[in-house]
Design a protein around this ligand. Sequence first.
Ligand SMILES: [Fe+2]
Length: 333
Amino acid sequence: MIPKPTIPVPSKKILVVEDNDVIREGLAQHLQIDNYLVVQASNGNEALRVLEKFKPDLILSDINMPGKDGIELYAEVRKNPRLITVPFLFLTADNSPQSRRLGRELGVEDYLTKPINHQDLLSTINARLLRAAEVEVAHIGQAYLETVAVLVNAIEGRDPYTRGHVDRVTRYAVWMAEELRWPEEQIRMMEFGARLHDIGKIIIPDQVLNKQGKLTQEEWALMQQHPVAGEKILSGISHLQAVRPYVLYHHEHWDGTGYPEGLKQREIPIEARILAIIDVYDALSTERPYHPARPHDEVMQYIELQAGKYFDPDLVVVFQGVMKKRCTQGEKK
Ligand SMILES: [Fe+2]
């Protein structure tokens, strides 16, 4: 889970639009004392000029002003894609049901009625800023998922065996992370790591990737470059940094005979030690160009045999427990 934003945020910028100089100055002073950065405008037209160069975190505007009034200003602000998500609070002496209804119909976030109580002003502003921050965090979360989906499609489009493999490996990986009681954020990274572990196969030519039968020595050497290539791709994506160990080390072996670095035992990050077991389990239990699908029990026997050789023996025990539990619950595949 992405960390919750904290509020109040002292450096937030507020645009105060009010034609009455005394009220506007008073509001600005109060907000500055509370560490907000305040920019002032005395009517809608002036506010729009300010907004051409300045994007506030929140707009606080009077309704009745000479020239462009607050309602017209609001409509203009919402038409501008750059400002569409900026919270907008109305400040009004006019608390009539008609004007409240009009504001509500327009989608105005809130009203503050003059004279303004300082505490109400701060708590309303903070609540709106918090809401805006939560929406932004949700969008970032969505952006993570979309990036991962694009990358996964890039692999799956080329390798017909990858599609189901990626989905299943991801499912088993999440089961393992849950069994190990990892925190939610780590489980999420495990999910991304499982989805993206073979992203480096993008560099492998089709005739090698989809070759029926044994690879030549050169082809095999090329294939072995996929963890390093994948890690290189992800190194440029700031929000996927935590996924790099899954990609780089998922072919390392507990006894040091794996690649690319020949790491041993706990030198291998736990994320990759888990993924190594799951990757092999799924590869063996499903049909590939070079072998038929093997039955579950046979594959589990092989995994047990490799505990302490290819795989972390403690994690093999966890994997056996997970598969036993989930298979009995009928969740497998
Ligand atoms: Fe791989």
